[in-house]
Each structure stands twice: as structure tokens, then as C-alpha cells.
Write a protein that binds this ligand. Structure first.
Ligand SMILES: C[S@@+](CC[C@H](N)C(=O)[O-])C[C@H]1O[C@@H](n2cnc3c(N)ncnc32)[C@H](O)[C@@H]1O
Length: 244
């Protein structure tokens, strides 16, 4: 998959994406990440990329010419998304949609944002990472790239992970998980997980995923149409592990 990022701070994105899973995915050629700096497409001696807003107001805006000339020069893969607090909310379903593409591109804003003509004439959509205002789109770009690329087959050692974990096909949060030691400071791992009874472990896991989702994210339970009779019986059979 090819992912292009347009940013006034390309090293922020390139550096973040050089480590761990993403770094390996780039090394093995599963992900072709290219970062471009619109400042390289300015024509004045100061390499100006921003200017004051028409009509007045606080802060500066990114001028359209360096962005548009950068896009024309590098022909980034489409769709090209502007990162913006006002965009479509990025979530796991959006990550899965993007992971199914051959490529996409992200345009990072800075200052108070970008001249609206870029939004109107050049990009294909806008993505937001949540109802919060960042100083620039770079952290949002890193978040999106990491969430998308770990869904590409071969990027994670365990391709089952994206199916069974939170927001996967079940629509539930993941159940509580434990590793060694079996007892630490008197805190025991639930006995059932050490029983070797795989069918019972699977039923316990489903019950715990339901309990946890009901406690932490009741909106997800509502979105999947509630709890059916078989699930209700599971909840009664296996009480929830303690939560803070
Ligand atoms: C300081 S913000 C501009 C905020 C803008 N003045 C507004 O009120 O919507 C600068 C840049 O950070 C990025 N950004 C900020 N918050 C974001 C979010 N929640 N999701 C995605 N990008 C964001 C965008 O690229 C934005 O152009």
C-alpha cells in the first residue's frame, strides 16, 4: 500500500513511522510511505507557506499554492484526505475501509488551518481523529497510518488480532487478558484460563467481553442491537471480573 503525507513537518511523520510494526512494514515493502513538504514548492526567498486570513481574525492560514503545486508534482494516491477537526470521525471501521485500498493520502494542516479553496477543489474528503483541536495534522496522520497499516495482511505477526480485538467483527470490547505470572502480589489469574478447557475458556471470554462492553461502552451494545438470550445466559453463568 502506498501512503503519501503532505506536511510542513514531514520528519515528524517519517520518524514516528520508522519504528516497530510500521518500520518493519516499510522495510519489507508492505507499506510505501512517502512524506512531502509543501514548503519545497514555494517560490520566494523566505519559502512562505502561510498568510493572514482575509477579513481579519486570529492566526495565520496555509496558502493554497504550495499545497496545490506539491500535489500536482507528486501525484499522491487518491483519495486524498485533509486532516481537520471538522472532518468525518476516524474509527476502526474507517481504518478497515482504508486498509482495503491500494493507497491513500493525508494532508496535514498547521496554523489556524488551510485556505478553504484547497478543501473545496483539491481534496476528496476530510478526516478528524476526534472532537479535539491539535496544533497540526501530523499526530492525526500518524494515528491513522498506524491504525490502517496494522490491518494490512502480513503487517502483524498474528492476522487474527484485528478480528478478535476491540471493535472487531463482534462489535464488542476485548475481554480482560492475562499473562504470567499466574499469581502476582496475591492477585490471581482467573482459574478458568488455566483449566485447559478450551470451549469453556471461549464461553468465559465472550461473557467477559459482553460484561466489559456493557460497563465501559453501553453505546456499542445498543449499536449491535442489545444482548440475545444465549448471551444473557452466558452473562449469568460467568460473573464479571472486577473493574476499578
Ligand atoms: C490548530 S488546528 C486548526 C483548527 C481550526 N482553526 C478549527 O477551528 O477547526 C491546525 C491543524 O491541525 C489539524 N488538526 C487539529 N485537530 C485535528 C483533529 N481533531 N483531527 C484531525 N486533524 C486535526 C488540522 O490539519 C488543522 O488544520
Amino acid at each position: 500500500m502506498r501512503i503519501d503525507v503532505l506536511s510542513l513537518f514531514p520528519d515528524m511523520v517519517d520518524g514516528f513511522c520508522s519504528h516497530s510494526l510500521l518500520g518493519r512494514a516499510r522495510e519489507t515493502g508492505l507499506v510505501d510511505l512517502r512524506c512531502h513538504d509543501p514548503r519545497d514548492y514555494t517560490h520566494d526567498v523566505h519559502r512562505t507557506v502561510d498568510d493572514a486570513p482575509f477579513g481579519g481574525g486570529a492566526g495565520m492560514l496555509m496558502r493554497p499554492e504550495p499545497i496545490i503545486e506539491c500535489i500536482e508534482a507528486v501525484a499522491p494516491p487518491r483519495p486524498l484526505f485533509l486532516l481537520s477537526p471538522g472532518g468525518r470521525r476516524f474509527d476502526q471501521a474507517t481504518a478497515a475501509e482504508l486498509a482495503a485500498l491500494d493507497g491513500f493520502s493525508l494532508l496535514c494542516g498547521r496554523y489556524e488551518g488551510i485556505d478553504h479553496r484547497v478543501r473545496e477543489h483539491v481534496v476528496d474528503g476530510e478526516l478528524s481523529i476526534g472532537d479535539v483541536v491539535l496544533a497540526g495534522g501530523e499526530v492525526a496522520a500518524c494515528l491513522i497510518i498506524e491504525a490502517v497499516t496494522r490491518l494490512i495482511p502480513g503487517v502483524m505477526g498474528n492476522d487474527e488480532g484485528p478480528v478478535t480485538e476491540s471493535f472487531g467483527v463482534s462489535g464488542l470490547l476485548e475481554e480482560p487478558q492475562y499473562t504470567r505470572p499466574a499469581t502476582y502480589r496475591g492477585w490471581d489469574v482467573p482459574e478458568i484460563l488455566r483449566s485447559g478447557d478450551h470451549a469453556r475458556v471461549a464461553r468465559w471470554r465472550k461473557a467477559q467481553a459482553l460484561h466489559r462492553t456493557m460497563a465501559m461502552r453501553p453505546d456499542l451494545i445498543e449499536a449491535r442491537g442489545g444482548i440475545d438470550d444465549a448471551e444473557q445466559r452466558l452473562l449469568e453463568e460467568f460473573p464479571p471480573v472486577p473493574y476499578p
